[in-house]
Design a protein. Structure first.
Length: 259
């Protein structure tokens, strides 16, 4: 299966590299087109009002690799139109994102989900993948410049291997031009036996992401997960993660507006 892989954390993200290694180990033929720099929480933005450049890159991934100085949506759009025009791509896989993309508040703004969505808008099967982290694991990762410690790396590799098993099945069951994104969130840690559960996005209210204006006029960004107001059923993505399960949410954009 030939797959296009992208992400929103940038070309040098270890989380992207481990996904690529796992997909290649599973026998898939890949091309990687990823942003030059982190593009988290940028949603489906496209760089309309500035020049966007692409360039071949060597990152030791064992497959054709390019960087694009734009968004995840830019990457997929440019890749399918210009970098891989003669290749039959079966689907787009976006991730692995650093941190979960669960609940409406995060799915709708996610650059990772948007990278997959751009593939769906081209009529392709699409999978978005994110790795949940504890606050401590996330802080340690940032302090080390994105290099995971041994424990996190082992957990990440387990998630990547699990995803590599799931991707062919998800792509095979997606109808052409179905406008569907499979949104996977892996718990921390994930193992080879972690169960997968179908979920719906948790309903979250997410106000006040910016603090009061400071002396220099800046409103500092203040991260939090918001208030979860989900009913007890059906099972939500956040509840699945909290229970140590892989969350699989089917984002069927063709159903928007239907009763």
């Amino acid at each position: 299966m030939r797959l296009l892989v992208t992400n929103d954390d940038g070309i040098d993200s270890t989380f992207l590299h481990e996904l690529v290694h796992a997909l290649r180990a599973a026998g898939h033929s890949l091309a990687v087109v990823a942003p030059a720099t982190e593009q988290s929480w940028i949603g489906a933005a496209k760089s309309r009002n500035r020049p966007v450049r692409s360039a071949p890159a060597e990152r030791g991934l064992g497959c054709p690799t390019w960087i694009v100085d734009g968004t995840p949506s830019d990457c997929v759009n440019i890749a399918l139109a210009h970098l891989l025009p003669d290749n039959q791509v079966a689907g787009v896989v976006s991730g692995i994102n650093i941190g979960c993309n669960s609940s409406l508040a995060f799915i709708l703004g996610s650059g990772t989900v948007a990278g997959a969505l751009e593939g769906a808008l081209h009529g392709l099967a699409a999978v978005a993948v994110s790795q949940d982290l504890t606050v401590a694991a996330y802080e340690q990762l940032k302090q080390c410049g994105g290099c995971p410690d041994a424990g996190l790396l082992a957990a990440l590799r387990a998630s990547a291997a699990r995803v590599a098993e799931l991707v062919p099945e998800l792509i095979a069951q997606t109808p052409p031009r179905g406008f569907i994104v499979h949104n996977l969130n892996c718990p921390y840690p994930t193992s080879a036996h972690t169960p997968v559960r179908r979920t719906v996005p948790a309903r979250t209210v997410l106000p006040r992401l910016f603090g009061p204006q400071e002396a220099d006029g800046v409103h500092p960004f203040v991260f939090h997960f918001g208030e979860n107001i989900s009913p007890t059923s059906p099972l939500t993505d956040r509840a699945a993660l909290d229970a140590g399960m892989i969350s699989h949410t089917l984002l069927d954009y063709s159903r928007l507006g239907h009763a």
